[in-house]
Design a protein around this ligand. Sequence first.
Ligand SMILES: [Ca+2]
Ligand SMILES: [Ca+2]
Length: 197
Amino acid sequence: MDLKLVLLLGCMVYVTNAKSKKKVVEYTLGGSFTEQLDDGCNCMKYEVYCQQPRKDHHYNMNARQFCRSRSIHPLGPKGRLAVLNNPSIDSKVRKFIIENNLHGPKCITKYGFWIGLSDRAHEGEFAWSDGGSFCDGDYSNWAPDEPNNSKNRKGSGQDCVQLWFRYDYEGLWDDEYCDVRPKGFICEVPDPRCHTA
Ligand SMILES: [Ca+2]
Ligand SMILES: [Ca+2]
């Protein structure tokens, strides 16, 4: 191999490693469960992660990217922030969090978990992380007076949705600032063979 090319490759590896080392943020898995999908064949694994470290900064974006990197097998389909677009899976996830006390201080202190719903692209037009639209009449589970797109802390408002465990809301939905407070988050990871581990 040409010496220049070898040197160039060496530099590229070095830079990539330096970058990835800088980016590594550890997340704590609070718990997970696997659900069989309606097709009777495939499954979805739901992974509940505890609150992000404060240094994560771009909180929702980093949670989103992390979920997109998750897979059951290295070459298997990738995950995403959880799509809780029906009452069955929405209530199962909230129940799992409560039964395992993940809404308490052992897992989160900032009251919420990111899910895969946002109106980041167009204000007021929410969409799911799998590309699914969120239309009038579709299932929703908003907390009272939400989504309110509050601008108290940031002029651009609130565009990222959390399961909210503040007051007596046991995981009702709230639009929240995407990068003001660290949150827990919920990934869904396709599991074509329904592994339970
Ligand atoms: Ca908004
Ligand atoms: Ca709100």
